[in-house]
Design a binder for this molecule. Structure first.
Ligand code: GLN
Length: 292
């Protein structure tokens, strides 16, 4: 008669916790039991083993404490695939799918053929590089990150998804392995979703962001310093008519266009995300870069 609730948990009772959304409870329980959502529906009287009950309590407590669901589950969907995520990498965002769409449109309109050379800077979990490689399986794709731990996750994701990508630890473009005068090392496309949140932005102290690596979210300055570095350093690494596309904050469109202009890029454009915010800006390699 002294049995606690946790001794007799069934699928149905697990899904009745009231302070978490039902969709999250389903995701967590599917993850724990390694069963599909339809299995859960058909087996609502399934009784969890005592081990599963303990693990369930831990998962629920982590989520109730505010840990992002992606870190509790250990994965997140992006584009048409799922990647492993840990607190070493940023959690993939829908906005970044816009970056991928814009990058793919750019490759099509450049007429690059089936083997473009692509560089993803600050790859994190590897999502942008992996999505582009799935569209262009024969592309030469290089992806960098400053964080060794992030690169290990990206590498694992790429391997599991059979995406052929060369990963390099680098401080933006500074540690790429070839000399600047090696024209064969230039890219048709450079993409990046760099840390662009202002160091003082209050959102860094809220929600999921509290748990994500701060070096992936903010440059520790005004949010534009990494964007600026990438814009100016990338010119030397782009082929003639190669292009650069960057994700940025909803209020940074004008500042990023101005930086691109100062750096000499051409055909500068900004694309909006699904919330109608300016989100992705870029342009074609400056003519002057060809003589560098
Ligand atoms: N490119 C990765 C992403 O878009 C990581 C970005 C980052 O760490 N700022 O999720």
């Amino acid at each position: 008669m002294d049995r606690s609730n946790s001794d007799s948990l069934t699928v149905a009772s697990c899904l009745q916790i009231t302070d978490l959304p039902r969709t999250e409870l389903r995701l967590l329980l599917s993850h724990l039991l390694q069963q599909s959502n339809s299995w859960l529906i058909a087996h609502d009287d399934y009784r969890l083993t005592s081990d599963q009950q303990k693990q369930w309590q831990t998962l629920i407590q982590r989520r109730q404490a505010g840990e992002p669901i992606a870190y509790v589950l250990g994965w997140r969907g992006f584009w048409d695939f799922e990647v492993k995520v840990t607190p070493d990498v940023l959690i993939p965002r829908h906005e970044t799918e816009r970056l991928v769409e814009v990058a793919l449109e750019a490759l099509t309109s450049q007429g690059v053929g089936s083997k473009p050379a692509i560089l993803d800077l600050g790859t994190g979990s590897g999502i942008v590089a992996i999505a582009l490689t799935r569209a262009y399986p024969q592309a030469q794709v290089m992806a960098t990150d400053f964080s060794e731990a992030a690169l290990a996750i990206a590498q694992e994701n790429a391997q599991r998804l059979q995406a052929s990508i060369t990963f390099i630890q680098s401080d933006w473009l500074a540690d790429l392995p070839t000399k600047l005068d090696d024209a064969s090392m230039r890219f048709d496309l450079i993409v990046s979703n760099p840390p662009y949140i202002h160091a003082q932005d209050i959102h860094l102290q809220q929600g999921d962001l509290r748990y994500e690596p701060s070096s992936a979210l903010t440059d520790g300055e005004d949010g534009l310093s990494d964007l600026r570095t990438i814009i100016f350093e990338s010119k030397r690494w782009l082929k003639p008519s190669g292009c650069l596309w960057l994700e940025h904050g909803y209020d940074q469109g004008q500042a990023v266009r101005q930086l691109l202009e100062e750096a000499g890029y051409q055909s500068i454009q900004t694309h909006r995300d699904l919330s109608d915010h300016e989100r992705v800006s870029g342009g074609i390699a400056p003519l002057s870069a060809l003589t560098l």
